[in-house]
Design a protein around this ligand. Sequence first.
Ligand code: SAH
Length: 351
Amino acid sequence: MTITKNEITAWLKETNESKLDELWHRADKVRHENVGDEVHLRGLVEISNYCVRKCGYCGIRVENRSIQRYRMSADEIISCVNDAKNFGYGTVVMQAGEDFGLTANFIAGVIRRIKAETGLAITLSLGERTEEELVLWREAGADRYLLRFETSDSALYEHIHPSLPNKKSNRFEHLRMLDRIGYEVGTGVMVGIPGQTFDTLANDILLFREFDIDMIGVGPYIPHPETPLWQESDGLSLPTNRNQVPNTELMTYKVVALTRLVCPETNIPSTTALATLNTESGRELGLQRGANIVMPNITPTEYREKYEIYPGKACLSETASQCNFCMTGRIISIGRKVGRGPGSRRKKSVD
Ligand code: SAH
């Protein structure tokens, strides 16, 4: 039975706890029936914090001069990927700012080495790169690409994610291009960005259904003091702010659960941003309300604090090995199993 936009909006506005228990149960049941009890682990390597963009929400935007920039070498990346392989992860995710210092050939070389040396599935999350680059990387062996559309309100999108000169940013077009090239595509949105209304968020959730999506990541928007949106972020969660979606933990669980109902078979991570709002049990609650993926951070500790897209990020001072131990413990503690292998939704391109 499909869920309508009115129903989605009603759930987003629901405050009654016992009513919400119904939503959590439904999402958990749909998750269990469609993707099972295994939780797949995808090792996240944050390979560079250089970025050409001026995104209003993001702490590694080009205009933030207070962070030290880094770019990992191929050997450093491969060493992290070997950790992932040893921990039994089936996939590595290489994420970065939009950094053209990560040249097409450099990334293609790293992809070929990862495939040759570990055979792991490879996900890229490197922003809006050219078609030529994306084709080269796909041919080199990359399997998936993550690019959140952030919001489906085009005016709000341009406000929070200004286009580069002479090139209009259109992430929906980019997602279609990635799909055409043969990537499994992941997308998602932030919950509670200033200016995001319940109506827009309901549209976002319905749009997830339109793409044949491998993964949908949703996390709360967390204001960063070194960004323009910081100024606009006062009072996001005040009940007087009637149309504004609050950037709360509860709202994020609702979006995770509704995303599961809309896309029963997709992979949904319980995100680090969620764990940042509730370090105690955010990961577990995400997994119990629709999610089936976690992305342990395998970035070397010295670089983690420099990849500060938002402040107070969970797991900042941990090593890859500590993150692995912690994540597997959390999965087992809620009666779920640690998944092995790439955890691919569409088997054709990865297995
Ligand atoms: N440069 C890449 C990777 C960006 S980081 C890209 O643009 O796709 C990955 C995600 O982190 C972003 O897509 C955004 O949704 C999220 N993010 C960035 N800043 C954030 C913030 N302040 N609070 C919460 N999530 C944030």
